[in-house]
Design a protein around this ligand. Structure first.
Ligand code: SF4
Length: 527
């Protein structure tokens, strides 16, 4: 063991002891006392972060945590009370210490060292095999035969960890089809945390017990509203299978969440009070909401939400997370929460996707690639022309309600794919970038002025740390998706937008020359 490994092992041991003490202390269910313990934990985290700690945010967190009646403190207490103690400890160690603290420090250093994006999370597909055939499922477009071998998956995690990546997610296909290999992987890399997007149908008591013992796997179960709205797309009996899987996971004390694809048809059902109550009662504690993407030759673009529906879901999800609401459930909206993560997170900026053929794709929805795990390392993939174009282009839009180079700024994906010669990765039914982006052109034009209006009314705080490239390119192509005065009037009136623009924005063009989005002093000091 080298010095680095030794100090890592010692640090992990110290955290493990601290977590044991923390869990023992909070077992008592004395909630006032717990709040004090949470605050001490924030102090410990601040010490670990050293200069990187954001004092203001830490103080705000302590203020909230010291109030046992705070909505999110009650939520935290509830999650702790219902989680298996061994599972809770492993989650805190792997997701908290390894991924959040140690991994983040490594990632930030490696971004500087290698001059490319280094992600916080890698998503991969163990298999394309799936026992279901959902209408409009993008993953079906790959075909159902491809698999990553155990060695491929081990290579992804081993090389990812060297760069600081300790969080891995799996989709497919249905990942639980490969559960034997996934257990082997989770056992070997017992310092990482794994999240599986699953259709629920193969989750049994036996599987859940093994997950509880390992402690480093969670599930995001696909569900789309009521039995009717769910089963119409996913097949009869699927809703009942999800309910059963939720009961099993809850009984084993496993923290789990949901994955919802919202469409024009199901948006009300997946955001209703009844739906949130159901998720709370069944024990799901977090959920990812995904905007339906018209990916693949067989996609049904008519399922894309209307502009009004998109406006609605922005407000609805934020309301559910606000203090005005008290569902025991935390939803995240992949398409509309861009401002909390600086816009598009793909291309390795915070994540990327490796499909079951081994192709490295910038995002699970972008089926284009110029590198493969079978002949490149993870670092080489991150330095590939396509990923470097992503890096140069991010953020793709000043307005982070329009973050995507495909959905809201389709000209940009066309350009990146053409400039890099990336090939499409749908093996069964090849789809050109033109065909894909054409399906988004009208949507993007329609959404642009509405997104500008919504964005201009919101408050936006500059981030303490940003990971955009210093070689950021401007996007004059976006002019085609703007109305004459979309940026101008709204931006002029709203001083909070000043941090997001240069003076020349008032011409209506997109520019990103403002230092708040650069890895430059003084922001770098915070990192
Ligand atoms: S490519 Fe689009 S869908 Fe994927 S992370 Fe970026 S903004 Fe989101």
């Amino acid at each position: 063991m080298g010095i680095k490994e030794l100090s890592h092992a010692a640090e992990r041991k110290a955290f493990s002891t601290a977590i044991d003490g923390f869990l023992k202390h909070i077992k008592k269910k004395d909630y006032a006392d717990r709040s004090e313990t949470y605050c001490k934990l924030v102090d410990t985290a601040a010490t670990f972060w050293g200069k990187g700690a954001n004092k203001e945010k830490m103080e705000a967190a302590k203020k909230a945590l010291s109030n046992p009646d705070n909505r999110w403190v009650k939520f935290l207490n509830r999650v702790i009370d219902e989680t298996d103690p061994h599972y809770a400890k492993t989650l805190l160690l792997n997701l908290g210490y390894e991924a959040f603290f140690r991994g983040t420090k490594m990632i930030r250093a490696n971004r500087e060292k290698y001059g490319c994006n280094i992600p916080w999370l890698i998503l991969f597909d163990p298999t394309m095999a799936c026992n279901m055939h959902c209408v409009g499922c993008w993953s079906g477009t790959y075909g159902h035969k491809a698999n990553l071998s155990y060695e491929d998956m081990d290579k992804i995690v081993t090389q990812g960890k060297e760069l600081g990546v300790y969080l891995y997610m799996m989709t497919g296909g249905e990942p639980t089809v490969r559960m034997k290999d996934i257990f082997k992987l989770a056992e070997k890399h017992n310092d990482c945390f794994f999240g599986l997007y699953s259709n629920s149908t193969l989750i049994t008591d036996e599987l859940a017990e093994k997950v509880r013992q390992l402690g480093n796997i969670t599930f995001m179960l696909s569900l789309e509203g009521t039995p009717d709205t769910n089963d119409i797309r996913r097949g009869e009996g699927h809703y009942a299978a999800v309910m059963k899987a939720m009961d099993i996971l809850r009984e084993h004390g496993i923290v789990f969440g949901t994955s919802v694809c919202y469409t024009r048809q199901n948006i009300e059902a997946v955001t209703s009070d009844d739906f949130f109550h159901l998720l709370e009662e069944k024990g799901a504690r977090f959920g990812f909401y995904f905007h339906f993407m018209p990916v693949g030759n067989n996609a049904v673009p008519e399922l894309m939400p209307t502009v009004e529906q998109r406006k609605y879901i922005i407000d609805r999800i934020r309301y559910v997370r606000s203090d005005k609401c008290d569902f025991g459930f935390f939803p995240m909206d992949f398409q509309n929460d861009g401002e909390y993560v600086g816009g598009c997170i793909a291309g390795g900026r915070n994540y990327f996707h490796i499909n079951s053929n081994g192709d490295a794709e910038p995002c699970v929805f972008i089926h284009f690639s110029d590198s493969n795990i079978h002949d490149k390392s993870i670092l080489e993939m991150l330095q590939s022309p396509l990923f470097m174009e992503y890096r140069k282009g991010q953020p793709f839009n000043r307005n982070q309600l329009r973050p995507c180079p495909m959905l809201e700024n389709p000209t940009l994906l066309r350009k990146m794919v053409h400039d890099t010669g990336a090939h499409q990765t749908n093996m069964e039914s090849p789809e050109s970038v033109e065909h894909l982006c054409e399906k988004c052109d009208d949507y993007a034009k329609e959404w642009a002025p509405v997104a500008e209006e919504v964005w201009s009314k919101q408050k936006h705080e500059p981030k303490a740390y940003v990971n955009y490239s210093k070689e950021h390119v401007e996007h004059p192509e976006l002019a085609a998706f703007q109305t004459e005065d979309d940026v101008t009037d709204a931006a002029r009136k709203d001083p909070s937008l000043a941090a997001y623009r240069s003076d020349s924005d008032v011409t209506g063009q997109q520019h990103f020359t403002e230092p708040v989005y650069r890895n430059e002093e003084p922001l770098k000091k915070e990192a």
